[in-house]
Write a protein that binds this ligand. Structure first.
Ligand code: NAG
Ligand code: NAG
Ligand code: NAG
Length: 270
């Protein structure tokens, strides 16, 4: 009897241990990462080197050469298109020769921290399915204006929208930055070259899940780049602290990886 118990106890402990992270993932699947709302931006409608235009029925911050044949759509996190850091990233993308487009997917109603409206309430009318539908006319308008190659990069909420775009032939390449609610089934349906830039500290997209993403994409022969940035939290690429040099450096590294992926797969000529 004692011998059986001795054999069983490590087994039980092991299975409890194994079930912990799994249960955790299941519980988090429907929610945002706990770091998702940290360090909210001070929105600024006049920030950036570009300007605001209407494209495909949405207002959008645009930056870079208007006559470029290549565009990148940047899909925001819940704080929307007036976030200065996001516009700074758009300006960087623009300096590489892309027409950078940051649509206002929230129609003037981004999530605002510390109001009585909770994030689940806000999400009821600002779902990523709607974001995906609203992206279609933006893409159509860009194509109509003569842009033949479009890439998309999405942050957090936007990472989920870009995952949906990556399942279609509407875009040539995708970059997900600390995306939210992306599942293995989503990744199985991805068709275009995809980069996933993930934080080591992200309860929403743990390393184990990223490994699964990698193996699914490689099996399906979809070009992919999956990188886990050490010691950073979900949100680090866009909600970094300006006065913290380590945080700025980590964000810049991600922006560089984003650009090299898009430069490689959103080509000048096809
Ligand atoms: C908003 O951005 C503009 C343009 O960069 C700048 O002049 C202004 O000071 C900013 N406003 C705030 C409140 O930061
Ligand atoms: C929101 O409230 C939290 C908790 O009280 C606080 O830590 C945070 O700084 C507040 N954020 C803003 C943007 O006021
Ligand atoms: C930003 O970084 C500076 C320098 O490391 C630090 O003093 C400050 O408290 C940080 N601000 C926030 C909001 O974390």
């Amino acid at each position: 009897m004692a011998q059986i118990a001795q054999l069983l106890i490590p087994f039980l402990l092991l299975s409890i241990f194994l079930s912990l992270p799994l249960g955790h993932v299941a519980e988090e699947a429907g929610s945002l990462s706990r770091h998702c709302l940290e360090n909210p931006p001070t929105l600024n409608s006049s920030y950036g080197a570009g300007s605001v235009k209407e494209i495909g029925g949405l207002k959008a911050y645009v930056s870079g050469p208007y006559h470029s044949k290549r565009a990148v759509i940047l899909v925001s996190d819940v704080y929307g298109y007036e976030a200065p850091h996001l516009r700074k990233i758009a300006d960087k993308v623009a300096r590489s020769g892309f027409y950078a487009v940051v649509p206002d997917f929230f129609f003037g109603d981004p999530y605002v921290a510390n109001t009585s409206r909770t994030i689940p309430d806000w999400l009821k009318t600002h779902g990523t399915d709607k974001g995906f539908e609203d992206a279609k006319p933006v893409i159509a308008a860009l194509k109509q204006k003569g842009i033949h190659a479009i890439g998309a990069a999405g942050f957090c909420w936007g990472g989920n929208v870009v995952t949906k775009l990556a399942k279609t032939n509407l875009i040539k390449a995708a970059v997900l930055l600390h995306p939210s609610w992306v599942t293995v089934d989503d990744i199985k349906a991805v068709k275009v070259p995809i980069a996933i830039l993930a934080a080591e500290l992200d309860n929403g997209t743990p390393a184990k899940q990223l490994e699964e993403f990698k193996s699914v994409l490689s099996q399906d022969k979809v070009k992919n780049f999956i990188k886990i940035y050490p010691k950073v939290k979900h949100g680090w690429t866009v909600r970094y602290n300006d006065t913290d040099t380590t945080a700025v450096k980590a964000a810049n590294e991600a922006h560089k990886d984003l650009l090299s992926w898009l430069s490689k797969y959103v080509k000048k000529r096809y």
